[in-house]
Design a protein around this ligand. Structure first.
Ligand code: 5GP
Ligand code: ZN
Length: 113
Protein backbone atom coordinates (compact mmCIF):
# COMPACT_ATOMS: atom_id res chain seq x y z
CA UNK A 1 0.00 0.00 0.00
CA UNK A 2 1.60 3.26 -1.10
CA UNK A 3 -0.73 5.49 0.93
CA UNK A 4 1.37 7.82 3.07
CA UNK A 5 -1.22 8.01 5.86
CA UNK A 6 -1.52 4.20 5.99
CA UNK A 7 2.27 4.19 6.41
CA UNK A 8 1.93 6.64 9.30
CA UNK A 9 -0.73 4.38 10.86
CA UNK A 10 1.47 1.28 10.63
CA UNK A 11 4.57 3.14 11.83
CA UNK A 12 6.57 3.01 8.58
CA UNK A 13 6.62 6.81 8.60
CA UNK A 14 7.05 8.61 11.94
CA UNK A 15 4.55 11.20 13.15
CA UNK A 16 3.84 13.29 16.21
CA UNK A 17 0.74 11.57 17.52
CA UNK A 18 -1.68 13.52 19.68
CA UNK A 19 -4.40 10.86 19.97
CA UNK A 20 -4.76 7.20 19.07
CA UNK A 21 -7.29 4.45 19.61
CA UNK A 22 -8.19 1.28 17.72
CA UNK A 23 -10.10 3.17 15.00
CA UNK A 24 -8.60 6.66 14.76
CA UNK A 25 -5.23 8.42 14.72
CA UNK A 26 -4.58 12.15 15.16
CA UNK A 27 -1.16 13.68 14.52
CA UNK A 28 0.43 17.05 13.88
CA UNK A 29 0.48 18.20 10.26
CA UNK A 30 4.06 18.28 8.95
CA UNK A 31 3.42 21.70 7.39
CA UNK A 32 1.19 23.54 9.87
CA UNK A 33 -0.77 26.59 8.72
CA UNK A 34 -1.90 27.50 12.25
CA UNK A 35 -0.40 27.13 15.76
CA UNK A 36 -2.58 24.03 16.20
CA UNK A 37 -2.87 21.93 13.03
CA UNK A 38 -3.82 18.34 13.60
CA UNK A 39 -4.94 15.73 11.08
CA UNK A 40 -7.54 13.23 12.25
CA UNK A 41 -7.79 10.06 10.20
CA UNK A 42 -9.56 6.70 10.39
CA UNK A 43 -7.19 3.72 10.58
CA UNK A 44 -9.24 2.06 7.85
CA UNK A 45 -8.32 3.42 4.43
CA UNK A 46 -11.04 5.41 2.69
CA UNK A 47 -10.02 7.66 -0.18
CA UNK A 48 -12.52 10.39 0.66
CA UNK A 49 -16.00 10.96 2.04
CA UNK A 50 -17.25 9.56 -1.28
CA UNK A 51 -16.17 6.12 0.01
CA UNK A 52 -18.24 6.50 3.17
CA UNK A 53 -21.49 4.54 3.00
CA UNK A 54 -24.29 3.78 5.46
CA UNK A 55 -22.16 1.16 7.24
CA UNK A 56 -19.37 3.67 7.91
CA UNK A 57 -21.30 6.41 9.70
CA UNK A 58 -19.94 5.31 13.06
CA UNK A 59 -16.36 6.22 12.13
CA UNK A 60 -17.41 9.73 11.06
CA UNK A 61 -19.25 10.23 14.36
CA UNK A 62 -16.22 8.88 16.19
CA UNK A 63 -13.88 11.33 14.41
CA UNK A 64 -16.14 14.18 15.53
CA UNK A 65 -15.96 12.88 19.08
CA UNK A 66 -12.14 12.79 18.93
CA UNK A 67 -12.02 16.35 17.54
CA UNK A 68 -14.34 17.49 20.34
CA UNK A 69 -11.98 15.96 22.91
CA UNK A 70 -8.81 17.38 21.32
CA UNK A 71 -10.08 20.95 21.06
CA UNK A 72 -11.35 20.89 24.65
CA UNK A 73 -8.07 19.45 25.95
CA UNK A 74 -6.20 22.31 24.28
CA UNK A 75 -8.63 25.06 25.30
CA UNK A 76 -9.82 25.80 21.78
CA UNK A 77 -13.43 25.21 22.77
CA UNK A 78 -13.12 28.73 24.25
CA UNK A 79 -11.40 30.45 21.31
CA UNK A 80 -12.75 28.51 18.33
CA UNK A 81 -11.35 26.29 15.65
CA UNK A 82 -11.96 25.08 12.11
CA UNK A 83 -12.45 21.59 10.67
CA UNK A 84 -11.53 21.11 6.99
CA UNK A 85 -12.02 18.10 4.76
CA UNK A 86 -10.51 18.58 1.32
CA UNK A 87 -12.05 16.34 -1.31
CA UNK A 88 -10.88 15.65 -4.85
CA UNK A 89 -9.03 17.81 -7.34
CA UNK A 90 -10.80 21.15 -6.91
CA UNK A 91 -10.82 20.60 -3.15
CA UNK A 92 -7.00 20.34 -3.36
CA UNK A 93 -6.92 16.94 -1.68
CA UNK A 94 -3.25 15.91 -1.80
CA UNK A 95 -3.40 12.75 0.28
CA UNK A 96 -6.00 10.24 -0.87
CA UNK A 97 -6.79 8.90 2.59
CA UNK A 98 -9.72 10.72 4.17
CA UNK A 99 -8.53 13.22 6.76
CA UNK A 100 -9.91 16.10 8.77
CA UNK A 101 -7.70 19.10 9.36
CA UNK A 102 -8.32 20.77 12.73
CA UNK A 103 -6.96 24.32 12.83
CA UNK A 104 -6.83 26.60 15.85
CA UNK A 105 -4.70 29.03 17.83
CA UNK A 106 -5.16 32.15 15.72
CA UNK A 107 -7.89 34.08 13.96
CA UNK A 108 -8.21 32.08 10.76
CA UNK A 109 -8.60 33.83 7.43
CA UNK A 110 -11.44 32.74 5.18
CA UNK A 111 -10.11 31.79 1.77
CA UNK A 112 -11.10 29.60 -1.15
CA UNK A 113 -7.77 28.15 -2.19
P1 5GP B 1 -4.72 17.72 1.90
O1 5GP B 1 -4.18 18.78 0.98
O2 5GP B 1 -4.69 16.36 1.24
O3 5GP B 1 -6.05 18.06 2.48
O4 5GP B 1 -3.76 17.70 3.15
C1 5GP B 1 -2.72 16.81 3.32
C2 5GP B 1 -1.94 17.29 4.51
O5 5GP B 1 -1.07 16.27 4.90
C3 5GP B 1 -1.10 18.54 4.24
O6 5GP B 1 -1.49 19.58 5.14
C4 5GP B 1 0.34 18.07 4.49
O7 5GP B 1 1.14 19.04 5.13
C5 5GP B 1 0.13 16.85 5.36
N1 5GP B 1 1.15 15.82 5.18
C6 5GP B 1 1.58 15.30 4.01
N2 5GP B 1 2.52 14.36 4.23
C7 5GP B 1 2.67 14.29 5.58
C8 5GP B 1 3.51 13.49 6.42
O8 5GP B 1 4.31 12.65 6.00
N3 5GP B 1 3.40 13.69 7.76
C9 5GP B 1 2.53 14.60 8.28
N4 5GP B 1 2.50 14.71 9.61
N5 5GP B 1 1.72 15.35 7.52
C10 5GP B 1 1.80 15.21 6.18
ZN1 ZN C 1 -4.44 5.08 3.48
Amino acid sequence: MSCIFCKIINGEIPSNKVYEDDKVLAFNDINPVAPFHVLVIPKKHYESILDINDNDMEIIAHIHKVINKLVKENGYDKTGFRIINNCGNDGCQEVKHIHYHVLAGKKLDWYDA
